[in-house]
Design a protein around this ligand. Structure first.
Ligand code: PLP
Length: 391
């Protein structure tokens, strides 16, 4: 349907039941070798190596189904999939850089993104400069003739700064740089990067798209100009995703909007409760009016996911351990976007160079899962009681 709304698109995009016995979901193709009926067909495929199905690594009907669906939902031209979010980030950065280039990366970018730039891009002669995520149009003063990429992540990892994406993208475009953005937090539903000047929207589909903490998957949604450079680079690196993981991504997409709505509501409920606690100095959640970038979030986003942070008043590590070690519902672990709630102590000061993180208390990253919020609050309340008893 041409004018279908987003929730309708996520239910129907990338499917062709009547091309497959009427079965609702597309089959999972496990493929390496693809056979050609004739020499002519083989040679025709060689002339269009990035289209159609010619070798398992380059694309199958399973990857095409997922890529078509997410590109349609996010408003991109076409998408490319990778084995993890980080593989997608590495592919995107490699696609638009060469020795001698300068790239601008938000200081609040995901830690492993920084390490890829500092350790790998640097070895290939690409210079990384980190910028204050709140720089806005001021990014223009950092752009040099050799700047080829401006990289955004909004809200930022761990500290949740919301970036002025259209202002940064406009300055980058005026200087001829490619605009890459990690849009994992908002998912293709809650922020529409292509409406704000982004060229490639990168996702750790591992998080909310898969949504059940059971697969690694990366995604690059591209506008028309960036698709071929990204696809070619992915093919040169041998980047691809496993068929079962692609299927889990596609299946997760179908329920993304109902899950996110709940993550949003529960996240705000937990943030509100935490903000009223004496142990908490402040909560950092872009959808709360007390967030310093709340106006930007309201201007550009249509919802919030379930990930935010709470800054605690300073306590000894043993008191924090007493709280975290005894949690019944909140897991202690990396990643997020699955159905369960998580807590993680995080340390932004260790991964900042353009800006400072000067807060002294522990920073807890909270992932609000799909459990009943009253039970989650009870778990936190008992956690604070253990923290107080051990303090
Ligand atoms: C987890 C994460 C990634 C990396 O995704 P993986 O699938 O774990 O490689 C990238 N960006 C952000 C913001 C993330 O949280």
């Amino acid at each position: 349907m041409k004018d279908a709304k987003q929730d309708t698109v996520i239910a129907h995009a990338g499917r062709d039941p009547h091309g497959n016995f009427g079965i609702v979901n597309p089959p999972v193709y496990h493929a390496s070798t693809v056979l050609f009926p004739t020499l002519e067909a083989l040679e025709a495929s060689d002339r269009a190596p990035f289209d159609g199905v010619n070798y398992g690594r380059i694309g199958t009907p399973t990857s095409a189904a997922f890529e078509t669906a997410v590109a349609e939902v996010e408003g991109g031209y076409r998408a490319v999939t990778a084995a993890s979010g980080l593989a997608a980030i590495a592919t995107a950065l490699s696609a638009f850089t060469k020795a001698g280039d300068h790239i601008l990366i938000s200081d609040s970018a995901y830690g492993p993104t920084r390490r890829f730039c500092n350790e790998v891009m640097a070895r290939y002669g690409v210079e990384t400069q980190y910028y204050d995520p709140r720089i806005g149009a001021g990014i223009a003063t950092l752009i040099r003739p050799e700047t080829t990429v401006v990289y955004l992540e909004s809200p930022g990892s761990l500290t949740f700064e919301v970036q002025d994406v259209p202002a940064i993208a406009a300055a980058a475009k005026a200087a001829g740089a490619t605009v890459l953005m990690d849009n994992t937090w908002a998912t293709p539903l809650y922020f529409k990067p292509f409406e704000y000047g982004v060229d490639v929207s990168i996702h750790a589909a591992t998080k909310y798209l898969v949504g059940h903490a059971d697969a690694m998957l990366g995604l690059l949604v591209c506008n028309e100009a960036s698709f071929l450079p990204v696809k070619r680079t992915a093919v040169r690196f041998g980047t691809c995703a496993g068929p079962d993981d692609l299927y889990l991504g596609l299946r997760g997409l179908r329920t993304l909007s109902v899950r996110l709505k709940r993550h949003h509501e529960t996240g705000l409920a937990l943030a509100q409760w935490l903000a009223g606690r004496p142990e908490v100095r402040r909560v950092i959640h872009p959808a709360r009016p007390d967030h310093p970038d709340h106006a930007l979030w309201r201007r550009d986003f249509s919802g919030a996911s379930g990930l935010f942070a709470a800054l605690l008043r300073p306590v000894p590590k043993s008191a924090l351990a007493a709280m975290l070690d005894g949690m019944e519902l909140f897991g202690l672990g990396y990643s997020w976007g699955g159905f369960e709630s998580l807590l993680l102590p995080v340390h932004p000061a260790a991964s900042r160079t353009a800006t400072a993180w000067a807060e002294s208390g522990p920073l807890l990253r909270v992932h609000a899962g799909l459990e009943d919020p009253d039970d989650l609050i009870r778990d936190l309340e008992r956690g604070f009681a253990r923290l107080a008893a051990a303090n």
